[in-house]
Design a protein around this ligand. Structure first.
Ligand code: T4K
Length: 417
């Protein structure tokens, strides 16, 4: 297997070499599956000590000391006034949207994880899908104003892959039209815009600390804001509206983070710089290894900003690469490299949106194109440079022999991906 991907093969050998690919019956390149979103885990002993302490104290949730400490540390790290820890990013989005008074229509990208749209639709707010910038994959500010109607109450932008949106342009549009602006910052913990940490922008920002995020609390999330009144409202809402013992003064739900999640978060924070350093090393390694592979473009992070480098985003131009993204995904999956096609399909092609707006795609040409091209590669502390080199060799080999692979896949008896 090693020989297969490490040097150029003469054309006469191609058929035999293709047969060594796992897709065509050879052994997989990896014995253990490489995953996108393998969780980073900090110092296990410190985590277990915190959990033991929590069990000894018998305080598992509801305003525990770990949640309070985590909120304080996160707010300090982000330089934001308020941080309210939540049970997950989706509920955090729902609560933030409700606290902001979003209603009727809200402009969102369709190129996002479906939770962004669902958090709105769950409260019967209509997500109005807007196209994205082909370079950054973020909401394209130039396309927003055409979608604003008298029913529009806000914009929910997403810092996709941890790259900040064009915050200034979005803020200007929101002010001009008197709209609320919130950011789904699920990918963007540890990232900055203009040197200021994400978490400070718009009316509120929402993080996800899901296991697959670079910083995790098993499940979890947070809303951050510099608005005192909004923060107070969100705090009430995430605890049934309780303003003290037996005193409910507002409609609310249960969005609280548990103590065990906060213990994981506090432990993860202690290793945050190490997680970023490993992700950055992996990101650079992928860039070096794939630099000369035609038709494979890796997204670049702005080195002037803070980045978490959690998503290694490859765009496959099937024409130039000679192999489609989907064939490449299929080939890599067979080799036990579980690359992902985030965000495929885009939200407007998932239910209920595809039934509600069957023609939405006509207004989303960039999104429609991106969902055919993007492939996310494994990174994080669970993968090492040697494994990354091997993944890249497989990709380079697939590109070098794209037409042969396509022909072999089209052979009778094989189904398309
Ligand atoms: N907004 C945006 C822009 C988001 O991306 C997300 C979540 C949200 C909002 C909502 O935040 P949360 O409510 O989730 O806090 C995953 C995650 O579940 C999801 O959190 C994330 N975005 C999304 C982009 O990815 P799936 O359906 O791809 O997850 P799954 O189970 O296929 O796992 C992904 C990979 O990670 C797998 O290959 C296996 C690996 N994995 C996963 C888990 C949970 C592990 O190795 N260990 C694990 O413990 O959605």
């Amino acid at each position: 297997m090693d020989a297969l991907f490490s040097r150029k093969q003469p054309d006469t050998d191609v058929k035999n070499k293709l047969e060594e690919l796992a897709l065509f019956g050879g052994p997989a390149a990896f014995t253990e599956t490489l995953h996108v979103g393998r969780p980073n885990i900090g110092d296990r002993d410190r985590l277990l000590a915190r959990i033991n302490d929590m069990l000894d104290r018998r305080w598992l949730t509801n305003h525990g000391v770990y949640v309070a400490e985590l909120e304080q540390r996160l707010a300090a790290y982000l330089g934001v006034k308020h941080c309210i820890a939540m049970c997950n990013g989706t509920v955090a989005l729902e609560i933030a949207a409700r606290a902001l008074g979003l209603s009727d229509e809200v402009i969102v990208p369709a190129f996002t994880f479906v939770a962004t749209a669902h958090a709105l639709q769950w409260q019967e707010i209509t997500p109005v899908f807007c196209d994205v910038d082909p370079r950054t994959h973020n909401l394209d500010p130039q396309r927003i104003e055409a979608l604003i109607t008298p029913r529009t109450s806000g914009i929910a932008a997403v810092h996709v892959w941890g790259q900040a949106c064009d915050v200034d342009a979005l803020t200007a549009i929101a002010r001009r039209h008197n709209l609320r602006l919130m950011f789904d910052a699920a990918h963007a913990f540890g990232c900055s815009y203009g040197g200021r940490m994400i978490g400070n922008f718009g009316d509120a920002e929402v993080f996800s600390f899901h296991a697959t995020k670079f910083f995790n609390t098993f499940e979890g999330g947070a809303v951050t804001t510099n608005d005192d009144a909004l923060a107070a409202k969100i705090r009430l809402m995430h605890n049934f509206g309780f303003a003290g013992l037996d005193n409910v003064i507002y409609i609310g739900t249960n969005g609280k983070m548990s103590e065990v999640s906060a213990a994981m978060g506090l432990t993860g924070l202690e290793s945050l710089e190490e997680f970023i350093a490993v992700n950055r090393r992996n990101y650079q390694h992928y860039h070096q290894q794939l630099a000369d592979v035609p038709g494979v473009r890796l997204l670049r992070f702005d080195e002037q900003e803070h980045n978490n480098y959690q998503y290694i985003v490859a765009e496959i131009d099937a024409q130039t690469a000679g192999i489609s993204r989907d064939d490449l995904v299929r080939l890599l999956h067979a080799e036990k490299v579980r690359v992902r096609r985030y965000f495929y399909p885009a939200c407007h092609r998932m239910e209920p949106y595809r039934s509600y707006f069957p023609h939405a795609g006509l207004l989303l040409p960039v999104t429609e194109e991106l969902v055919q091209r993007v492939m996310i590669l494994p990174t994080g502390t669970a993968i090492n440079p040697k494994e990354i080199s091997r993944v890249c060799q497989i990709i380079a080999f697939a590109v070098e022999h794209g037409p042969d692979i396509r022909a072999a896949l089209a052979a009778p008896g094989r189904s398309s991906p």
